[in-house]
Design a protein around this ligand. Sequence first.
Ligand SMILES: C[S@@+](CC[C@H](N)C(=O)[O-])C[C@H]1O[C@@H](n2cnc3c(N)ncnc32)[C@H](O)[C@@H]1O
Length: 327
Amino acid sequence: MLDPFAGRGTSIFNATVLGRCGLGIEISPVGWIYAKAKLSPAPIEQVIERLHEIADASIKYTKLSKSQPVFFKNCFSPNVLQFLLSARDRLDWRRRTCDRTLMAILLVYLHGKEGQALSNQMRQTKAVSPSYAIKWWDEHGTKPPDLDVVEFMLQRIFWRYSKGVVKGNGSRVYLGDCITLLPRLAKQMREKTIPKADLLLTSPPYYGVTNYYYDQWLRLWLLGFEATAYVSRGPYQGRFTHQTIYRNLLKGAFCRAANLVADDSVIYVRTSKDPFTKQATLDAMLTAFPNKKLNEICRPFQQPTQTHLFGDRTPKQGEIDLILRPS
Ligand SMILES: C[S@@+](CC[C@H](N)C(=O)[O-])C[C@H]1O[C@@H](n2cnc3c(N)ncnc32)[C@H](O)[C@@H]1O
């Protein structure tokens, strides 16, 4: 199966568990690291050894930790911040499986509720801007938890591995833009005569909803990117609010993906029911796969949405599955 907008690799991971071979592409390093760590984690012994190495080296970051912006001093206790600076400097998450696995687990617990994360109180799902966080912590009088990072992480590493790991079967997730990577993968498929996918299962970004970079700025900082929340650094890093660019992304992705899927494949896409998002997605799918039969399944939200939790009671449109099957 193929997922050109793989996110945290849910589809590729499930395909692999079910014995299928999955191929994914994700542009955000945060999503990519989660997906890679789920698909091919390092052995637990290596991850624990690396955790100790990073902790042992953290003493070297005392001076650097003192010169960090005020946000970081309010977000993390001094020893947590030193550990994070050591991890940020030393973990080679792009190249080394062990470093990537440890980094993935660190990213999960980087921020969250009191007692469940390394940070002062913050939402787990997305980081707020530094100025908002500082004001909120000040008003609520909350302080960063003074944790023993090794102890904290060991518990979580053991818990993660106690669930077992998936057996590798050649499934892969690539880091990058699907518009440029899909043609390269199609070329590889032709040259190595790799069979085409019989299922394209994906969920592209929704129009005007999420900025995957702004919301994850603190996790991106730990990966070595700049220490601030920013709106956009390049294409596909905003909230997908330009209609033509959005349509072109979807059309470009589905038309390129068409070269990697078999003629009798099924195309299964989950998206927002918002009229513009739905129409742009349908247009792109029908342009790329003109000879298939369309079926739609409505997926109303079963639980309160994030904005509902923050007091927004307006009815939400929910999601929809758009499915194209061979006619
Ligand atoms: C709706 S999310 C997918 C969620 C995914 N199904 C999951 O379970 O995590 C859309 C994803 O597309 C990624 N994305 C946006 N533009 C992209 C591009 N040009 N190439 C590859 N991925 C892209 C975003 O970073 C985001 O993770």
